[in-house]
Design a protein. Structure first.
Length: 221
């Protein structure tokens, strides 16, 4: 049986999306036949971290760092002629939650929506020993997003001008997704759990677009 997810549109009308039928994903979609349960591989103490109170922080971090890139504030990277301001997307957030509920810091095969046919994704895991309270959710989220942007040091103008099939460092892709000029929306989700005597914080952010081979990340100017 196919699982349909109800979404509320801007007009306030609930419509069902068959995620198994989206042409860019079909049965590879993270939400196809996904009831939204935690994976059997997850530890018993796994729990979702509600990010409602962190939306402003996440958007501020992304938009501030994107503005710095656009303004040419990072050595070795060109200014951008345009850079969309990111807004929060509940649907991308819902799909990110399905990803972290696997309890694995791995990209899913596909997370397209009717609006964002080629949605992108960044994943991060932060592990530490000692009391869980040693690091707050906000501290971890901030550090992981800043880590994605730190990959700019491995990025060249050539990569930004035309995303290559092979990267010198795969982590560069986390930066290029975060600064893609057409990335108008983002949605993130997180879980916490303990395993092998460590605390783990899993974060996934989905974006309106992804890296496309041969296409520019942003237009210099």
């Amino acid at each position: 049986m196919k699982v349909l997810v109800l979404l509320v549109t801007l007009a306030g009308i609930a419509t069902a999306v068959d995620y198994c039928a989206l042409p860019t994903c079909l049965d590879k979609h993270i939400a196809c036949n996904n009831k939204g349960n935690f994976s059997e591989e997850c530890p018993k103490d796994v729990r979702e971290i509600k990010l409602d109170g962190h939306q402003k922080l996440i958007l501020a971090l992304f938009n501030e760092l994107r503005n710095k890139v656009a303004g040419g504030n990072f050595e070795g990277l060109p200014k951008a002629s345009r850079m969309a301001k990111m807004s929060w997307c509940d649907e991308l957030t819902h799909l990110a939650l399905l990803n972290v509920k696997t309890c694995q810091s791995l990209p899913d095969k596909c997370r397209s929506t009717e609006r964002f046919a080629y949605a992108g994704q960044n994943n991060a895991i932060f592990s530490y020993s000692g009391p869980e309270s040693e690091y707050t959710d906000a501290e971890i989220i901030k550090e992981q997003i800043e880590n994605w942007f730190s990959e700019r040091t491995h990025t060249s103008p050539e990569i930004l001008a035309s995303f290559p099939e092979d990267l010198p460092n795969k982590a560069i892709a986390k930066f290029t997704i975060a600064v893609a000029e057409k990335n108008t929306h983002v949605g993130c989700a997180a879980v916490r759990f303990s395993r092998d005597f460590y605390n783990h914080f899993l974060l996934t952010c989905n974006f309106a677009t992804t890296n496309v081979i041969g296409q520019p990340i942003y237009t210099p100017g």
